[in-house]
Design a protein around this ligand. Structure first.
Ligand SMILES: Nc1ncnc2c1ncn2[C@@H]1O[C@H](COP(=O)(O)OP(=O)(O)OP(=O)(O)O)[C@@H](O)[C@H]1O
Ligand SMILES: [Mg+2]
Length: 319
């Protein structure tokens, strides 16, 4: 697998009020080319600090990184030409229109005017800004401004685009829409590195994720892999009211090799099962053989919050 980002021991501390804050404590990241990489973690985890180091805005205290074939420390200028960065606050000037913002960005990257105009026009179409392209960005809705921010980041055709909390503050409809835009960018060959503190966003959007907490990485993998590592699936069975059976049923399931853990509470049998989907037929067969009166059955997958909980001892929602 080819990696467009490889970091080795990145570190950054800040001094504030006479105290040292170790914001990033030695981060090793490997981001596969052409994928959506989700960087997940609670407030203050060190996501933005990492991103600012990778985009040359903040010098690391220690560590090295290669991005898009460039050494972060030795070739920052060339690196900046190959990457795009949309900050948490966005990069648009609210006093200027989408069109003017895009042309200015083209100018900053030294694009010839006709080339910048053609590129701006294409991006205005791609990000569905045509109806508002001549209006001041200060008058845009949150979703419209976010789309402009990303268009600005894409102006110089980067191979790798960093998005810091791209959907914070957007309503569900605009979030879903932005996810589609991000997927489309990925499908067009751009690698996307995005930070988020939304579990569902990382789960739905990212091909691969890294979870950061208090300056260090606590987990890395595809959402599916990570969830599999942690808990297995949960199969919940609602049993009918024939009390004598239940202990026996519990024991029966505890003996099955695919059951990691089984518990019984208030008529509900909970089984933690590896690959629950594949085992459901067998579970049903066993219940049938034991002549158990089954009333309900449900299968649920562990969430990324279960992963976070397992790795840090607390829930991401609380953190
Ligand atoms: N310039 C700075 N001076 C002092 N401390 C800083 C500075 N920038 C960041 N920090 C601290 O470093 C830690 C990591 O901050 P960072 O912005 O990287 O977190 P984050 O994961 O992006 O959080 P969020 O989800 O809230 O955006 C925090 O404790 C923050 O207060
Ligand atoms: Mg941040």
């Amino acid at each position: 697998m080819e990696h467009i980002v490889l970091t080795n021991g990145l570190k950054k501390s800040f001094r504030a009020d006479g105290k040292t804050i170790a914001a990033v404590r030695g981060v090793n990241l490997a981001v596969p080319t052409g994928e959506i990489f989700g960087f997940l973690g609670p407030n203050g985890a060190g996501k933005t600090t990492t991103l600012r180091m990778l985009t040359t805005l903040l010098p690391p205290d220690e560590g090295t990184a290669m991005l898009a074939g460039c050494d972060l420390l030795k070739a920052p200028r060339r690196l900046r030409e190959r990457i795009g960065y949309v900050s948490q606050a966005g990069g648009s000037d609210r006093g200027m229109s989408a069109w003017e913002n895009l042309l200015l960005q083209g100018q900053l990257f030294g694009m010839p005017r006709h080339e910048a105009a053609a590129r701006a026009k294409a991006l205005i179409m791609t990000f569905d800004l045509a109806g508002i392209a001549d209006r001041r960005a200060g008058t845009y809705s949150g979703g419209q401004r976010r789309r402009l921010d990303i268009a600005i980041g894409m102006m110089h055709q980067p191979q790798l685009l960093f998005l810091d909390e791209p959907t914070t503050g957007l309503d569900p409809q605009n979030r879903a829409r932005l996810w589609d835009e991000v997927r489309r960018l990925r499908n067009s060959g751009v690698t996307i590195f995005l930070t988020t503190h939304y579990l569902d966003e990382a789960d739905a959007l990212a091909d691969r994720i890294a979870i950061m907490d208090q300056g260090t990485l606590v987990a890395e993998g595809s959402p599916r892999e990570l969830k599999k590592q942690v808990a297995g699936d949960v199969v919940q069975l609602g049993l009918g009211p024939n009390g004598t059976h239940q202990e026996a049923v519990l024991r029966l399931f505890e003996q099955q090799p695919y059951v990691r853990e089984a518990s019984y509470e208030q008529g509900q049998l909970r089984l933690y099962v590896y690959e629950g989907e594949a085992q459901l037929p067998d579970i049903l067969r066993l219940l049938d053989q034991a002549q158990v009166n089954l009333q309900t059955i449900s299968l649920s997958q562990p969430t990324l919050d279960d992963v976070f909980l397992r790795k840090t001892g607390r829930s991401l929602q609380e953190a």
